[in-house]
Write a protein that binds this ligand. Structure first.
Ligand code: ADP
Ligand code: MG
Length: 604
């Protein structure tokens, strides 16, 4: 088949909406990868093998850095130093302590991981670019340490005579080392692929793009970032171990600042946050100049031109070009098990007592209190600025109150962080929807399942059954919830493409994916049509039917009267009245304060 007929076929497939299936792509990728790995073996040349092994080592680092920078959004300019630490640790243990390579490599990974976590600590406080500068400084400190700590590192003269890895006392040949590195690259790629497609990947992207949505879904921003660092640093350490035995000589200059920047270039050129980005980026930036041997003196110029052309024609990197869209497998149709998947909801009541909150001189809450029975709807109403959103923020842990308590079931939650409150079974929506606009609707809902999925990161990375179960059940539950809110047919659209009203519904579905005992809704009816308003009422009643307690902030009196068991009226942070809807709305003071004023049947 000629290449033009292939591209015509691809065009037709793209136009008719048919894309290659998962299995086809999987097999094609496996064959291509096996073929690519075998290429350096055909030549039987030492140099080619050396270059190919080194490319594999670089790929390991790039895959790890892409996980951290491309997915978790943390820019590290210190990865070269992490490779250096792994390298030195492995080499010293082998040369001075006569450890076998495999044990030394594990120790090297551990050293890099710990160093990565130390480097990560400022990430919790600083914004991206300040943090990047901190990592740069860290790299400088490490290089200085490698020079100055002569007793251990032998300073500028470096470590020489690092032996080859052995198996059963026999040293591996360069071909065997190459194949070992290649196998590690394939395994690392698969592990990272599994992780990025799991709740960890969604959690990382959410923490990067919309921290509020992440926290509300039960993602600990601190822990997910540390996790990304640990994985990324461990891969850098593993690469370092191979780097040491491959070069057999290490000096501090190997791990200068350019080395770190080189990895960033690789992943940017390949495509940040693209699975294949680091692989393609390494091939371009590493192999190309090596193959252009005779043009060695033109090397920098060629780099520069490639980079410029890329930035103009492929600002999202090579793997971020629209061309690849058609090679993405079509989304797997998610099974729909029905809403029973959400059955395991615990029925819990909500008690809010004497909340006070000042913002500077403004008293947003001055003794706010309310009580919602388990599996009922309680409405919180009041004019704008009366403290309704602040109350929801205090309950869900986003704002710490000055005084007062929040009790869900028997648990006092008012001192907990938002993700911890979410884990206890509190879901919420925001007054302006906080969705991940570049994720599909289905993935947005699946983010909400973060707290109810059970597989550990290790199980997911290794592709063990529990990870698959979570994935299958998670998308089935998300699909059922989308059907529940009436948006099943939009599952594979980007959330940002949905109109505002539908985004609110997606947010409700996301909150429900965590099987919450308590659901907090902040003005869910704002901007809905009459039709959608009716649907919303039915939806909230259905949610209560599942056993969830709903606290809803709303202005629409008809809706409140229809769905809520009890109502609390707030005014300037104080409770004006609390009773059944009928009683509250005929309360003279409430009527005097609001009804008479507008006569529109609305609290706005
Ligand atoms: P509502 O949701 O009832 O309209 P809010 O709870 O949003 O009211 O706000 C109550 C009061 O607290 C308002 O006066 C508002 O300006 C103030 N407020 C709310 N959040 C903050 C904040 N983060 N910083 C400063 N003032 C705030
Ligand atoms: Mg509000």
């Amino acid at each position: 088949m000629t290449s033009s007929s292939v591209s015509i076929l691809a065009d037709t497939a793209a136009r008719s909406g048919r894309r290659p299936g998962r299995l086809t792509i999987g097999i094609a990728a496996a064959v291509a990868v096996a073929a690519a790995i075998s290429v350096p073996l055909w030549f039987r040349g030492e140099f080619i093998l050396f270059v190919a092994t080194q490319a594999g080592v670089m790929m390991l680092v790039a895959i790890g850095l892409n996980f951290l920078t491309g997915y978790a959004g943390q820019v590290s300019l210190g990865h070269g130093a992490l490779v250096g630490l792994g390298s030195y640790a492995t080499a010293l243990l082998m040369v001075d302590a006569h450890w076998p390579f495999w044990a030394a490599a594990l120790a090297g990974m551990a050293v890099s991981t710990v160093a990565g976590l130390v480097m990560a600590l400022p990430a919790l406080r600083l914004s991206t670019w300040y943090f990047a500068l901190v990592t740069l400084t860290f790299a400088q400190v490490v290089t200085d340490l490698l020079v100055e700590w002569r007793g251990l590192t032998r300073g500028f003269s470096g470590i020489v005579g690092i032996p080859a890895p052995t198996i059963g006392g026999r040293p591996l040949t360069p071909t065997e080392v190459y194949l070992t590195v290649a196998a590690c690259v394939v395994l690392a790629f698969l592990a990272i692929r599994n992780l990025t497609r799991s709740r960890y990947g969604r959690g990382m992207v959410a923490a990067r793009d919309n921290p509020l949505a992440a926290s509300a879904s039960g993602v600990s921003l601190l822990r997910i970032k540390l996790f990304a660092f640990a994985v990324s640093a461990a891969l850098a350490g593993l690469a370092g171990a191979f780097y040491a035995v491959q070069k057999s000589v290490l000096t501090p200059e190997d791990f200068s600042a350019d080395f770190s920047i080189f990895f960033l270039l690789i992943i940017v050129v390949g495509g940040l946050g693209r699975l294949w980005g680091p692989v393609v980026g390494t091939l371009i930036f590493f192999l190309l100049p090596e193959l252009l041997g005779p043009l060695q003196s033109w090397r920098l110029l060629i780099y520069g031109v490639i980079l410029l052309v890329l930035m103009v024609f492929a600002p999202h990197g090579l793997m971020g070009m629209p061309f690849w869209q058609r090679w993405r497998p079509r989304p797997r149709p998610a099974a729909d098990t029905g809403i029973e998947a959400t059955r395991s909801i615990r029925r819990l009541s909500l008690r809010v007592h004497d909340l006070h909150k000042h913002f500077g001189g403004v008293a947003a809450l001055a003794g706010c209190a309310l009580m919602a029975e388990a599996a009922t709807t309680h409405a919180l109403v009041g004019p704008n600025g009366s403290g309704k959103t602040t109350t929801l923020n205090v309950i869900s842990g986003f704002i710490r109150s000055d005084r007062g308590s929040v009790t869900i079931g028997d648990t006092e939650v008012s001192r907990l962080a938002p993700h911890a409150v979410a884990r206890l079974g509190v879901g919420r929506t925001f007054q302006t929807p906080k969705l991940l606009n570049d994720m599909t609707v289905l993935d947005n809902v699946r983010l909400g399942g973060f707290v109810s999925e059970r597989a550990t990161a290790l199980e997911i990375a290794l592709g063990l059954p529990r990870g698959h179960t979570d994935r299958r059940e998670g998308s089935a539950a998300a699909m059922a919830l989308l059907r529940f809110v009436g948006l099943a047919e939009r599952a594979n659209d980007l959330a940002g493409d949905l109109p505002h009203g539908q985004q609110r519904l997606v947010e409700i579905a996301r909150a429900m994916a965590g099987r919450p005992s308590l659901l907090l809704l902040d003005e869910p009816a704002a901007g809905l049509s009459m039709d959608e308003l009716d649907r919303l009422g039915a939806l909230i009643e259905a949610i209560v039917g599942l056993g969830t307690t709903v606290l809803v902030v709303e202005h629409h009196l008809e809706l409140i009267a229809r769905i809520s068991r009890s109502v609390t009226v707030l005014d300037r942070g104080k409770v004006l009245a609390a009773a059944t809807p009928d009683e509250v709305f005929s309360h003279p003071e409430v009527e005097r304060a609001y009804m008479g004023r507008e006569g529109s049947g609305s609290f706005k």
